[in-house]
Design a protein around this ligand. Structure first.
Ligand SMILES: Cc1cc2nc3c(=O)[nH]c(=O)nc-3n(C[C@H](O)[C@H](O)[C@H](O)COP(=O)(O)OP(=O)(O)OC[C@H]3O[C@@H](n4cnc5c(N)ncnc54)[C@H](O)[C@@H]3O)c2cc1C
Length: 446
């Protein structure tokens, strides 16, 4: 049975290996000309446990990541949040990671076709049955969409599939990322890995981090939701340099703007003959935009679902019917999607919050609260949590707490809604669940 995968990114390559291993005829279509020119030429942070989960070796080009230091505008508050030292995040070079995943996919029998651009899906009688690639039609029993946040497949699906076509403007983080040379004569900050929350009081984050791979460089990011203008970027970089004089203007790697989805995962990830994974399904952690682990995990969950259908004796293309693929979406929401939904509510609130100095400076948020949110897990609002926090609240801060509590309650509720995704593919139950998700997001925007 023929499977076409759009995009040889992180998720597409893991899925290609897993699906080929099931005996399917898998071809990956990638618009870049080679592994070396695919995506970014830098390194990114990933929790190592995902490699254990998917059974793939971590490329040797990796370094241990240090703990984050959260700063508010003007460094009014600078606070270190210790990461779990027993299993710290790793910063992994992208090109060796892509190469490792491509080797994995091809070793299982998948083919990768470079320099080929997917333009649209082919849909007949309500079923996705192929792709238009460089103007030519290619048929398939199953199309897997792994072509990133602006996938031309997802955005060209018929309305009746009810799959969101594009992320909202406020659900995309536009970032400038560069590795710049360090100026001579300046020491690194004592507290490193500085992330500026709501940098310059704009809805976004920036960072300045000593490069773990090259002691002569700093890793810099300036990002904002709803678009990063050249003026925003200039002001962001100037402010980073003011507080981090070690930053020079010499760009060594990167130095351009890219867009990352920062929202809850799609509420519809499957249709007959079609499924979507990774960034194309908006699976990045809404707080920081990390999505490598969820792309790898979603690829694995999808392949496990198809494998289960095969084991249950389904041998024809009906294994790719929406009703069978739906179990994949249930797994996504129950493993991590519900957490991302809850974190998205927190992120929307934080981007408009006008008392971040107090939030980060007081003891209301513990080390583990913020580390949780940054790693894609919600802050659990339990009676024990409320009692612990009561002890650190001063009477004058009660107003702020009263503004924060409804958001935490909504975030917890959103997580519960996410977890209670209908287990079976019953269109009316799915519609009802989806309405609840939309409603709680709408309330968070208000
Ligand atoms: C600046 C920046 C920093 C980041 N830092 C981190 C981090 O530290 N940790 C982390 O976990 N995540 C990070 N991310 C997010 C991470 O890059 C993504 O979440 C992850 O790569 C998503 O994997 P994917 O397979 O869904 O998509 P991608 O890896 O983006 O792959 C999509 C592939 O589809 C191809 N493609 C797109 N359109 C077409 C088409 N029409 N035809 C054919 N091919 C097509 C693309 O060329 C690409 O190869 C960062 C992202 C950015 C931009």
């Amino acid at each position: 049975m023929k499977v076409l995968i759009a995009g040889a990114g992180i998720g597409g390559l893991v899925a290609a290996g897993r699906l080929a291993d099931l005996g399917l005829d898998v071809e990956v279509i990638e618009k870049s000309t080679s592994i070396e020119t695919m995506r970014y030429d830098w390194h990114d942070d990933v929790a190592p446990k995902i490699f254990r989960r998917v059974g793939i070796e971590i490329p040797k080009e990796h370094w241990k990541k240090g703990s984050w230091t959260f700063c508010t505008t003007g460094e009014a508050v600078v606070r270190e949040f210790q990461q779990d030292e027993t299993d710290p995040d790793l910063s992994i070079e992208r090109i060796p990671l892509n190469q490792t995943l491509a080797n994995y996919a091809t070793s299982k029998g998948a083919k990768i076709c470079f320099n080929a651009k997917v333009q649209a899906p082919i849909v007949k009688d309500g079923r996705v049955c192929g792709l238009v690639i460089d103007g030519k039609e290619e048929e398939a029993d199953f199309v897997l969409d792994s072509a990133g946040a602006y996938s031309p497949i997802r955005s060209n699906l018929p309305e009746e599939f009810k799959i969101a076509k594009l992320p909202g403007e406020d659900e995309v983080f536009e970032v400038y990322r560069a590795f710049v040379r360090k100026n001579d004569g300046f020491e690194d900050a004592v507290l490193q890995n500085k992330v500026y929350m709501k940098h310059l009081n704009k809805p976004g984050i920036s960072w300045a981090i000593p490069d773990v791979s090259d002691a002569t460089c700093m890793n810099v990011l300036v990002g904002k939701v709803c678009g990063l203008s050249d003026e925003d970027l200039k002001e962001g970089l100037e402010d980073l340099r003011k507080f981090n004089p070690v930053l020079s203007e010499e760009v060594v790697r990167g130095g351009y703007k890219v867009r990352i989805p920062v929202r809850y995962p799609l509420t519809r990830m499957v249709a007959d003959g079609y499924a979507v994974i990774g960034d194309a399904a908006f699976m990045t952690i809404p707080m920081l935009g990390s999505g490598i682990a969820s792309s790898m995990l979603s690829a694995t969950l999808l392949a496990e679902t198809i494998g289960e259908s095969m084991t249950a004796g389904i041998k024809d293309a009906s294994m790719f019917d929406a009703k069978n693929l739906w179990r994949y979406q249930v797994k996504v929401y129950q493993e991590f999607g519900y957490q991302h939904l809850a974190v998205d509510i927190m992120k929307r609130w934080m981007l408009t919050c006008d008392f971040l100095d107090w939030l980060f400076g007081s003891k209301i948020l513990s080390n583990s609260d913020l580390v949780s949110a940054a790693s894609g897990q919600a802050i659990k609002l339990t009676a024990k949590f409320a009692l612990q926090k009561m002890g650190v609240i001063k009477p004058k801060d009660l107003g702020k707490v009263l503004k924060m509590m409804p958001m935490l309650l909504r975030s917890n509720k959103a997580g519960n809604i996410g977890k209670r995704i209908p287990k079976k593919y019953v269109p009316r139950a799915i519609e009802c669940w989806e309405k609840k998700v939309f409603k709680i997001i709408e309330k968070s925007n208000g």
